[in-house]
Design a protein around this ligand. Structure first.
Ligand code: HEC
Length: 157
């Protein structure tokens, strides 16, 4: 093989590698592995008329776990998820129903400077992103938790 074509193939490989690295490092990509993160707590809103109806299972990734447990500022790369589930009632037994949505918060101070370092995304349970306005639909409410780095949840031991 000629030197030129070896170089050309090398260059194509490099470009592909850089492109895929960019895709995987998107801080608002669907975090498909969130069930392997730390479970911080579960809340329940038992009113079908409430926009936040259902079970809220909250998870924090390894980067954010220390801050979630001990408090303080979350470091770069921290991610938190709320996995929403419906509610099934069977006599006195109440269980999680079907998955409804996945909400994500992701810390990247330069990318999300306009929303105090947190990026927000909302997904259907199968990982399809829903259109949202991060500042209006999400951060406007999370702003009230400024003293806790804009995070509502605290770790339940
Ligand atoms: C009206 C207020 C409000 C709005 C609007 C809101 N949230 Fe939250 N969020 C909460 C509360 C309260 C919690 C506490 C945990 C729970 O019960 O779900 C929470 C928890 C979270 C968490 C877990 C970390 C934490 O702060 O506890 C994530 C992730 C999250 N929300 C993402 C979003 C996204 C994405 C949006 C926009 C699509 C959004 N939130 C809009 C009130 C809000």
């Amino acid at each position: 093989m000629k030197m030129k074509s070896i170089l050309a193939i090398g260059l194509v490989c490099l470009v592909v590698a850089m492109a895929s690295a960019q895709i995987t490092s998107d801080p608002l990509a669907f975090p498909a592995n969130f069930r392997t993160w730390n479970h911080t707590h579960t809340n329940l809103i038992d009113d079908a008329k409430d926009p936040f109806y259902g079970y809220h299972n909250v998870y924090v990734n390894p980067a954010g776990s220390r801050a979630s447990i001990a408090g303080g500022t979350y470091p770069e790369g921290s991610k938190l998820v709320v996995a929403f589930y419906g509610i099934e009632k069977n006599g006195t037994l109440i269980t999680q129903g079907k998955p409804l949505a996945v909400a994500l918060m992701s810390k990247d101070k330069s990318k999300f400077a306009a929303t105090d370092g947190w990026g927000y995304a909302l997904f259907s349970p199968d990982g399809m992103a829903k259109p949202i306005d991060q500042a209006k639909d999400c951060h406007a409410c999370h702003e009230s938790k400024k003293a806790a780095d804009f995070v509502f949840s605290s770790y339940v031991k």
